[in-house]
Design a protein around this ligand. Structure first.
Ligand code: NAP
Length: 749
């Protein structure tokens, strides 16, 4: 229940949309009195019987008297006439809104009535929700739930009016977005009006055929899906097509242009380009899928999934391939795209971040097939073959994409803009923009505090520089080196301490000469990359959970295949070995410039507590939550120092792990930069270490996966909440863990 926002609300028009909103107002007690005016007496009668209104009027003038909110919920073409009638009778501080599907013409109608200075209470709106059926009986209280409502405040609109309307729509469980009027009409022309126009048109085209009966009789599901919206109200769409004429005609022109391109590719039997186009469209649909889904993929702070692990003797055995390394996946696309020839990638991590990179290069004209089961084929366009993107490049949540591409795009012949989601939009971009400017790039961070969007003006001649990195950052280093590929002369970077060197290694795999002398990395601009095959190594961070699981389980025998063992990442192996784990690194080889190996772990001996070596901390930073579980099972005390960074990861990993360990009966003391864990293990004793209880993962995937491993040595039921984030980094986690012998039950809301 939300509470009263308005005293008297007057609906002018009370069909599908108006009556749905009235139902919300009643349920949530948003208004003291609700009245309405409609064309027909029958609608008013029905609304009274449904209990939606307390009074109904044929004359809108009667309805709006003393109302503090007027909602125009009628066809947009009637707006001007109704406003003319009610204008003299509106209360002084009245808020006026509408629900029309077009906004420019509603504002024009208001200006025709009120003059150029519109009332402060006038805030047009548009709920992006509907149904094929209209009328007062078609209304539903949940029509707007999990849908968007666009408000288009005008310069004259008062913040109070916008705020109250926002609260009103939020009470309807809608997500409120503010947009300017022109943008609204343009966006809707493309995403709603054009699809409706196409659906009407296709059905019309087929209906006009002589064999129409057969066509409709045998039509497959695709036709049903595509043509569903052609069953909408013709009068309403007639009105919308005229009301938003200019933007719709633009959208139709764009459609015709694209259709011609597609037609030509088929006529020419241009297989590669057709695959490129269809693949690009399919990937775009998948990439933006979560935006199209009614329910946001991961509502912040909303717990929708939990793991439950029962006690009992468990084994932990098998050969597994965990998902590919994210850092390497990103780079395989970037370098494959600017290389000459065709690059084939295997083990690609199909997570949202790496897909954002992939999508960006497709948008810049690179033909990319896949990903399918981790395989991607990139038809490289060479150092000068990228094309100007038609719109902003959306990087989602991926800082790697945005920082690395800042360097690459600064050197292109075209302008570009990169945007990101809410979280990426808060991350600092000046740290990469500054050195790029020194190279001659024209790059702006147009967010408030040196944050995204990033805007780049092309056609700059870049000059190689030497840059002393003020902080250890593989992303900044890589962004500079990428720009250096096109810069005149030498570009070099010195880092305060070694960071991940995936960029250097992969550039070399693509035949580009990169020198590493101590902490100084350099390359000469003006070379070229030659396509190659890239096997993305399995991510050692994901493998770490299975290493720990095997190390703490009696008789376990686990092989993790083709894991990346880049020396900048192998702290977890070193630390587990120091703790006495029976761990061997086998079959070491090089793939795509990266060292990979199979990691074999057996549960043959009890781990022992150690003071974790500080020089290994940066090399194992993501693996500590899993290592804490190992420490709890070790004999004696484990001390971690020099790991303050753990407190500012996806969660405060020191505190969250300490809280969880305590719940499971393990003594530990968090410190400023680490933790002290009192290991409960005893040499040769494999009995349970952990009790049971409910662990909050704080939506941190690594916390959730680490505590899952505690389920190999527990006496009580372990429940881990907020595990939905696991799927984004390690989609096969529960499947593989259960294959190994850990029975995780997944419960979804
Ligand atoms: P609806 O169910 O047909 O209801 C329209 C209401 O407006 C009816 O109560 C009707 O009165 C009244 N009305 C019609 N012409 C009028 C006039 N000249 N003067 C006074 N009242 C009049 O339509 P709706 O689906 O609710 O659509 C209302 C608005 O919402 C439209 O502007 C539409 O663009 C917008 N919208 C619709 C959808 C959708 O999917 N339907 C989605 C988003 C936005 P009677 O009941 O007496 O006929």
């Amino acid at each position: 229940m939300s509470g009263t926002l308005f005293n008297k609300v007057a609906f002018i028009g009370l069909g599908l949309i108006g009556s749905s909103l009235a139902r919300v107002m009643l349920q949530e007690h948003l208004a003291t009195t609700i009245v309405a005016s409609t064309r027909s007496k029958k609608t008013l009668q029905d609304a009274l019987e449904l209990g939606l209104i307390t009074e109904g009027f044929s004359d809108p003038v009667e309805a709006v008297k003393n109302a503090d909110l007027v909602v125009l919920a009628l066809p947009v073409r009637a707006t001007q006439k109704v406003l003319e009638m009610i204008q003299p009778y509106l209360s002084e501080n009245v808020i006026i809104t509408d629900v029309g599907s077009t906004k420019g013409n509603v504002v024009e109608a208001a200006k025709a009535v009120f003059g150029e200075t519109l009332p402060a209470g006038f805030v047009p709106g548009h709920p992006i929700a509907g149904a094929e059926h209209t009328g007062v009986h078609a209304g539903k209280v949940d029509l707007f739930a999990n849908h968007k409502v666009i408000l288009t405040p005008l310069p004259s609109s008062s913040p109070l009016a916008v705020s109250k309307l926002t609260q009103m729509w939020q009470a309807a469980k809608a997500e409120v977005i503010c947009m300017d009027v022109e943008k609204h009409d343009e966006v809707l022309a493309h995403t709603s009006h054009l699809p409706h126009l196409m659906a009407f048109n296709l059905v019309e085209q087929l209906a006009n055929r002589e064999d129409n009966l057969d066509i409709f009789r045998y039509a497959a599901g695709g036709f049903r899906d595509f043509s569903r919206i052609a069953a909408s109200d013709p009068q309403m769409w007639h009105d919308i097509f005229f009301a938003n004429k200019k933007a719709i005609l633009n959208a139709v022109d764009g459609f015709e242009h694209q259709l011609k391109i597609l037609r030509q590719l088929i006529e020419d039997e241009n297989s590669q380009a057709l695959m490129g186009l269809l693949g690009h469209a399919q990937a775009a649909r998948q990439h933006f899928n979560h935006m199209l889904a009614k329910k946001p993929l991961m509502e912040k702070n909303k717990v929708t999934q939990q793991f439950t692990i029962l006690p009992g003797n468990k084994t932990f055995k098998g050969k597994f391939t965990v998902p590919g390394d994210k850092s390497v996946s990103h780079r395989s696309i970037m370098f494959g795209a600017i290389a000459e020839g065709t690059t084939h990638v295997t083990g690609f991590l199909e997570g949202e971040d790496a897909l954002a990179t992939l999508q960006a290069f497709r948008t810049m004209g690179v033909s990319i097939e896949g990903p399918k089961n981790g395989e991607v084929t990139i038809h490289g366009v060479g150092m000068h073959g990228l094309k100007a993107p038609t719109g902003a490049l959306y990087m989602g949540n991926s800082g790697t994409s945005m920082r690395l591409l800042s360097g690459l795009l600064s050197a292109q012949a075209f302008d570009s803009v990169m945007t990101g989601d809410a979280s990426l939009s808060k991350r600092p971009m000046e740290r990469i923009a500054k050195p790029l400017r020194e190279m001659g790039a024209q790059i702006q961070t147009t967010g408030e505090k040196g944050t995204p969007p990033v805007s780049i003006t092309g056609e700059q001649k870049l000059q190689g520089i030497h840059y002393d990195l003020p902080m250890a950052s593989a992303q900044v280093k890589s962004g500079i080196l990428l720009a250096g590929l096109w810069a005149a002369g030498e570009t070099s970077v010195t880092e305060p301490e070694p960071t991940r060197d995936h960029t250097e290694r992969m550039l070399r795999a693509f035949g580009y000469d990169v020198k590493t002398e101590g902490n100084r990395i350099s390359l000469q601009g003006g070379g070229k990359l030659t396509a190659t095959a890239i096997q993305v190594p399995s991510d050692i961070s994901s493998a770490a959970f299975f290493m720990v699981g095997a190390a703490i389980t009696e008789g376990s025998d686990v092989v993790l295949e083709a894991v990346g063992v880049n020396p900048t990442r192998t702290g977890v192996i070193e630390i587990l070995k120091q703790m006495g784990a029976d761990l061997t690194v086998e079959n070491e080889r090089i793939a795509g410039g990266e060292p990979i190996a199979d990691i074999h772990i057996k549960g043959t001996r009890t781990l022992k507590g150690i003071h974790m070596p500080e020089d290994q901390v940066p090399l194992a930073i993501d693996e500590f939550p899993a290592l804490f579980i190992a420490a709890a099972c070790a004999e004696g005390q484990t001390i971690l120092t020099g790991a303050a960074e753990l407190r500012v990861k996806e969660s405060d990993r020191i505190q969250v792990m300490a809280d969880g360990l305590k719940i499971l009966g393990v003594e530990c003391t968090p410190t400023d930069d680490g933790i002290i864990i009192e290991g409960k293990g005893k040499a040769g004793d494999w009995s349970a270490i952990f009790g049971g209880g409910e662990i909050e993962s704080h939506h941190d995937h690594r916390i959730a996966m680490s505590f899952s491993m505690a389920g190999l040595r527990n006496t009580g039921e372990i429940v881990i909440t907020g595990t939905e984030t696991v799927a984004t980094s390690f989609p096969t986690f529960t499947q593989l863990a259960n294959q190994a012998g850990l029975s995780i039950h997944v419960n979804e809301d």
